[in-house]
Design a protein around this ligand. Structure first.
Ligand code: FES
Ligand SMILES: [Fe+2]
Length: 447
């Protein structure tokens, strides 16, 4: 078992089929360990249902010689290759009470309406992978453009778990940098404000607003200290109407592609440039970020769980439109009194954009994982310039009520999926088509 640590690995006396049920492997993803003479990637940890089936397949009489080396990258490919073992029954021998539904083994299962495995909603390891593969590569909303309109104004924000600072340079250019000091890694800027330079609070390394390192106390005593090698790492930034977007991945596709027509849809109901920022609401919920996003992606629960919302918006299937898009999932509705419409968009992976019926309004903000079972987020509320403080407060209170109802729902779901008693759920492919589409995107991103 080179380089891996096996903490619990035992065979229940004589019962070969129990081998993998009892197997728990600790170690980094993609590291290989030896199981019955076959190399198996540690990525299997966190997918206990697969471990069981792997054990059953490998142990089956006469199959060991036929087993392929399970050493390629990616759990999906490993699963597919294992399925091809002649006669291997990957779904036999389920302990009673578990796995009445067989787990997802391919995108085909998602096509049929099964959900992602519920173990994917409480795995710290998977959350780390999601940060790496999803959040660090995606565009997200950062702050109102008004926060960084003047030269020297800056605002700290984040793209997933990457701290970012957006700053308006002395030359009027808007730039974004990874908000991490090149000395020992402290975050440099916090909150928002206006400065001549960005100075790290730890040892006072000072960066110019263009990201270059201007001064590092005592560095003149060093023999080789190249300030020019130690500029802040740049990130992508773009303004769109009253919004600023950022992305930590310099190779990401352009923002237009990520927003995939959403601004045009919003412009149907709103003059985006005329919106004025009013306030930011921050929140956390005790649920995996995917549960929070999936809850946002359907209104099947609205008549049951949001009585106030459902009195205002007609959520019946014929009148509430769901549009699965490529990276933008849209819901369009109308108010029951016929005097307004609403739009709700989720931009990959988890940026929410809401427009309610009523006076010109829009709220925008991401959610992101702060742990496998905890999600943070914020919403920035914008209104038309003529909207009164009273109207704005009323709409924010209305949205806050819906948000509190949703928080209770997703935390309840988290307790359910965490229980480990059921392997996955079953969606309604009509009313929950956006959830299904979102899960396919997750599946692809992690495969
Ligand atoms: S970590 Fe920033 S100056 Fe030391
Ligand atoms: Fe809801």
């Amino acid at each position: 078992m080179p380089g891996a640590r096996r903490n619990q690995d035992r065979v229940a006396g004589g019962d070969q089929r129990a081998l993998a049920v009892q197997l728990h492997l600790a170690g980094p993803l993609e590291q290989e360990v030896d199981l019955l003479g076959f190399p198996v990637a540690v990525a299997l940890r966190g997918l206990p249902w697969f471990e069981r089936r792997l054990g059953q397949a490998l142990i089956a009489d006469g199959r060991r010689g036929q087993a392929e080396k399970l050493s390629d990258r990616g759990a999906v490919r490993r699963r597919e290759r294992l399925r091809r073992l002649e006669g291997a029954d990957l779904h036999a021998g389920e302990p009673s009470g578990f796995g009445q539904n067989r787990p997802v083994t391919s995108a085909r299962d998602l096509e049929q309406g099964y959900t992602l495995p519920w173990s994917w909603y409480s795995s710290e390891e998977l959350t780390h992978r999601e940060q790496e593969r999803i959040f660090r590569r995606a565009w997200t909303y950062a702050c109102p453009a008004g926060w960084v309109a003047e030269r020297g104004e800056y605002a700290a924000c984040s793209a997933g778990d990457v701290p970012i600072v957006v700053v308006r340079g002395r030359d009027g250019e808007l730039r974004a940098f990874v908000n991490v000091c090149r000395h020992r890694g402290s975050q440099i800027a916090s909150g928002r404000g206006r400065r001549e330079t960005l100075q790290c609070p730890y040892h006072a390394w000072t960066y110019d607003l263009d990201g270059s390192l201007r001064a590092a106390p005592r560095s003149e005593r060093e023999q080789s200290f190249e300030r020019s090698d130690l500029s802040l790492r740049p990130a992508l930034v773009q303004e769109l109407g009253p919004f600023v977007f950022v992305c930590a991945d310099l190779d990401a596709p352009p923002l237009d592609e990520a927003l995939n027509g959403m601004p045009e849809l919003l412009a149907r109901d709103l003059d985006l440039d005329a919106l004025v920022f009013r306030e930011r609401a921050e929140y956390e919920v005790g649920a995996n970020w995917k549960i929070a996003a999936e809850n946002y992606l359907e209104c099947y629960h609205c008549p049951v769980a949001h009585p106030g919302f459902s009195r205002v918006v007609d959520t019946s299937p014929g009148d509430y439109e769901l549009r699965p898009g490529d990276g933008v999932w849209t819901q369009l509705g109308r108010s029951r009194d016929g005097n307004g419409s609403c739009q709700f968009h989720l931009v990959w992976p988890a940026l929410k954009v809401n427009v309610y019926p009523g006076p010109p309004n829009l709220s925008i903000g991401p959610v992101w994982p702060v742990g496998a079972e905890r999600t943070a987020g914020f919403l920035d509320y914008f209104f038309g310039a003529g909207v009164s403080a009273e109207e704005a407060s009323e709409l924010i209170a209305f949205d806050d009520q819906v948000g509190r109802e949703d928080a209770a729902l997703v935390e309840s779901v988290q307790r359910g999926v965490r229980s480990g008693t059921i392997e996955r759920g079953r969606l309604l492919l009509d009313s929950e088509m956006l959830v299904n589409s979102f899960q396919k995107r997750i599946f692809t991103a992690l495969s």
